[in-house]
Every structure is written in structure tokens, then in C-alpha cells.
Design a protein around this ligand. Structure first.
Ligand code: IFM
Length: 477
């Protein structure tokens, strides 16, 4: 597919983002909430996984995390001070339905009621993700995603949430990063639930996840009290061209959408199913007899009309004309984050652009950001010029994608604050705000003030030369 040649309105001012472009930041329930006492929520697969010796860095757990459950009002005030237009949160499934299905846990639902109200009072639009990996433990014991009923369980939960919140929430995201919880959680065993299934069973779990996505979209549309805008948030694995020759662009596009290995990391096994209602031919070939059999009607269920394509992009790799990795992506001493992911700003131009060209859904970058080992300095500040430079470079590339003619509607920085980085525990810090996990003291990093200036100038700040220290500061409450 070729790019659209429509000239975006932002082309009149070459440095402006479209007027309605959404500037936001993201987080997820288990990574920040805490509030995990038995009377507050049911258990999820991560609670059990964290109890396994050696499963999580230094035995860290999400039991307290950022204590956002008790401090959400201050956190929302901090977001308002950052001038966020939108905040992407996730709902903890076993907080609203302790066992995943059945009676609503009123205390849990009230928490989200209050959080949504606090956001709206500050003029911040909530974007709600329904599933960000905290699968109810009770349902895991009934087979988890391997059980075909999981799609119905997820639909029931979706309905309860949407009935309650859709008088105020219109932005819905069904599932976050299926690639990660399927590959790491169900094949590699390094994320919850920590099992090492054969490929065939993992593909069955994946098929049920996609059915759950479809049923969730149906449930949102059926229960929503206000016109919903619905998307999902897979990982975007991006190959980008070494230069802008048509052949190299084509090679990068093909590499981005190809399935070449029998693992679950790719884009199209999920996205072609969700957007086209079919699994891609190359995937069927690579997975071969491991592809589970299922009724064809499943594909109609999986393919539900969506309003946007959310995508999480952190990294990527340059490819040559023949589709093989270019040396720049593996050169010694190249820029990397502390998890050793390549810093690859071009991924935020070519990834969203390729997705827009293939699926013709408005794209929203639902996650992007840098982990580092930030600390509070002797003057009480957190100096994170690398995060500023990372974000600036990526956003400049995203802007190029818009200028190329791609329909890109928003950007959510990951993450609003430091948090529980799954099997890495609390070591990695992705936040715009530093969290001291002993005192729960929040310290906005320099990047928070810088991001505020980007939002306030609607992106123009990206194109101004500036020192690492922005002139404005963000207050903590
Ligand atoms: O922290 C995670 C998030 O939960 C899902 N996307 C990637 C982030 C950084 O690893």
C-alpha cells in the first residue's frame, strides 16, 4: 500500500501538530495503584507470579507500588500541573470483579468513579484500558486465556465497567500488548502467569484473547451511554528504511508486516485478524500445524469496527533493501535505554505511518518513553536530559509521519510516573515524575516541565533549540 497524498492541515504551519492532537501520558493499574489488601481487590496472576522465588527483580511486588489508590487526587493535580490533556489509565479487572465474573466489588468500582471524576474536574480526558495484564487469578485457575469462555468473561467485565463509567468515559482501549503477555507470560514464562506452553497452546490462548477483544468491542457498543471511541493497544514492532528510496521504504514496510519466526512477537497475526478478519498467509505458513482449529465465525467476531489504532512503540530497527537489519541497529556503543532497547526515533515516523497505510484507522501512540536509572540530586531535582532528548527526537519523527499524510491523533508518554516495571520490579524508571518508593514522595523530573512546555506550545517547543533545563517547573502537591 502506498502513502496517502492528502496534504494535512498542519502543513500550513510546518511545525504545528493538528489542532485536535491529543497530548497525554499513560500508566496501568497494577503498576501504580497498590491498594491490594484482600478487602480491596481480588488477586491477579501477577500476585501469584511475584510469590515465586526469583521471578521478579529483588522480589519486588506491586502490593504498594506508587500507592496511587490512596494518593490519586494529588497525582491528578500533578497531571493537571503538567497540562496533560488526557490520561490513559487501566482498570484492574479483579478490583471491580474480585473473581473476574459475578458480583461487582462496589468499593473497587467506586475507586474508578472517583478517579474519573477527579480527572474530569481537572479537564483531563480519561482514556480507559480494560486489560493491562492483571488477569483475575480465580479465572486463571479455570484455564485462563486457554478457556474459550474467557471471551465471555471479558465481555461480562467490560459490560459492568462500561455501564458504570460510560456516562463520563468515551475513550476505550480493549487489550494492551497481547504480544507481550502471550510471548513472555505463556511461552517464555518470564512474565505472569509464568508458564511455558507449546506454541500450539499459546496460539490458542492468543486466539481467545482476540475473541475477547471482539466481544469487548461489542459489549462497549451495547452498553455505552455516550458514543464510544474504541481502539486497542498492541506493541508496534517497527522496521524502518535506511534512507527514503522507494525500494528501501518498501523493504521496511514488508519487514514490519512480515511473520518470519514461530514466536508471538509480530504485528500482523493480531492486527490482520482484528482489522481484516483473517490471519495472514505467512503466519499460517510459519505456524503450520500449530494453528488451532476454530469456527470461521470467530474471525467475524474478532473483526469489529474500531475507531482508532492505538500502538505502543519504543524501539525499532533499520533494514536494508533486502529486508535484513542494517548495521546501524547493531553498531557498538549505539544509544540504548537501560533495558538495552535501541533508541530508534525513526520508529515513530515509520511505524504509525505504515500502520495508517495498511489499516486505514486513525493512529494514536498509546505508549512511548525512556527508562533510565534516575535519582533525586543534591538540590532536590531529577535531571533527566536523556528522556527529554529521547522524547523530542521521537516526537519530531511522529510529526514527520503526520506531514507525510498519516492520520495520527495523539501521543501518550509512558509513563506519567515511575512504577512497577513487571519482572524488572522497581529498578527501571520510565516516569515523567520520580517516585521514592520508601516515602512515596513525588518529584517531577525536568522532563515533566519540558513535556508541559511541549503541550503548551502544541509541539512548537520541539523545534526550538533549548538547553536541557526548561524554564518552567511543575509543582507537586
Ligand atoms: O511498563 C510497560 C507497560 O506496562 C507496557 N508497555 C511497555 C512498558 C515498558 O516496558
Amino acid at each position: 500500500m502506498r502513502q496517502s497524498h492528502n496534504v494535512p492541515s498542519s502543513a500550513r504551519n510546518p511545525q504545528a501538530f493538528p489542532p485536535s492532537f491529543v497530548w497525554g501520558a499513560s500508566a496501568a493499574a497494577l503498576q501504580i495503584e497498590g491498594g491490594s489488601a484482600p478487602d480491596l481487590r481480588g488477586e491477579n496472576v501477577w500476585d501469584a507470579f511475584c510469590r515465586k522465588a526469583g521471578a521478579v527483580q529483588e522480589g519486588h511486588t506491586p502490593q504498594v507500588a506508587c500507592d496511587h489508590y490512596n494518593r490519586f487526587r494529588d497525582d491528578v493535580a500533578m497531571m493537571a500541573d503538567m497540562k496533560l490533556k488526557a490520561y490513559r489509565l487501566s482498570i484492574a479487572w479483579p478490583r471491580v470483579l474480585r473473581d473476574g465474573i459475578g458480583a461487582v466489588n462496589e468499593t473497587g468500582m467506586e475507586f474508578y468513579d472517583r478517579l474519573i471524576d477527579a480527572l474530569l474536574e481537572c479537564g483531563i480526558e480519561p482514556w480507559v484500558t480494560l486489560y493491562h495484564w492483571d488477569f483475575p487469578l480465580a479465572l486463571y485457575h479455570r484455564g485462563g486465556w486457554l478457556n474459550r469462555d474467557s471471551a465471555e468473561w471479558f465481555a461480562e467485565y467490560t459490560t459492568r465497567v462500561v455501564e458504570r463509567l460510560s456516562d463520563r468515559v468515551t475513550r476505550w482501549i480493549t487489550i494492551n500488548e497481547p504480544q507481550v503477555f502471550l510471548q513472555l507470560g505463556h511461552i517464555d514464562g518470564t512474565h505472569a502467569p509464568g508458564v511455558k506452553l507449546p506454541l500450539r497452546e499459546a496460539l490458542l490462548a492468543g486466539h481467545n484473547v482476540l475473541r475477547a477483544h471482539g466481544r469487548s468491542v461489542q459489549a462497549i457498543r451495547a452498553a455505552a451511554r455516550k458514543q464510544p471511541s474504541i481502539g486497542w493497544a498492541p506493541v508496534g514492532h517497527v522496521s524502518f528504511p535506511v534512507d527514503e528510496t522507494l525500494d528501501n521504504i518498501e523493504a521496511a514496510r514488508s519487514a514490519t508486516f512480515a511473520i518470519t519466526k514461530p514466536d508471538l512477537w509480530n504485528n500482523t497475526w493480531y492486527a490482520d485478524a482484528v482489522c481484516f478478519g483473517r490471519y495472514p498467509e505467512d503466519g499460517l505458513k510459519v505456524y503450520g500445524s500449530n494453528v488451532p482449529s476454530f469456527p470461521m465465525a470467530d474471525m467475524d467476531l474478532i473483526r469489529q469496527p474500531l475507531d482508532f489504532y492505538g500502538v505502543n512503540i519504543y524501539s525499532g530497527g533499520a533494514v536494508k533493501e533486502d529486508g535484513t537489519p542494517a548495521s546501524v541497529s547493531s553498531s557498538p556503543g549505539r544509544a540504548r535505554n537501560t533495558l538495552h532497547w535501541n533508541i530508534a526515533p525513526q520508529a515513530l515516523r515509520w511505524g504509525p505511518r505504515f500502520l495508517w497505510e495498511r489499516y486505514r484507522l486513525p493512529v494514536v501512540v498509546t505508549e512511548n518513553g525512556l527508562c533510565n536509572l534516575d535519582w533525586v540530586d543534591m538540590d532536590g531535582k531529577v535531571q533527566d536530559p536523556q528522556r527529554i532528548d529521547y522524547t523530542r527526537r521521537y516526537l519530531v519523527e511522529l510529526h514527520r509521519a503526520i506531514q507525510d499524510g498519516s492520520d495520527i491523533r495523539g501521543y501518550f508518554h509512558w509513563s506519567v510516573m515511575d512504577n512497577f516495571e513487571w519482572a524488572e520490579g522497581y529498578r527501571e524508571r520510565f516516569g515523567l515524575v520520580h517516585v521514592d518508593y520508601t516515602t512515596q514522595q513525588r518529584t517531577p523530573k525536568l522532563s515533566a516541565a519540558w513535556y508541559r512546555s511541549v503541550i503548551e506550545t502544541h509541539g512548537l517547543r520541539l523545534f526550538q533549540q533549548h538547553s536541557a533545563s526548561p524554564a518552567v517547573e511543575v509543582k507537586t502537591s
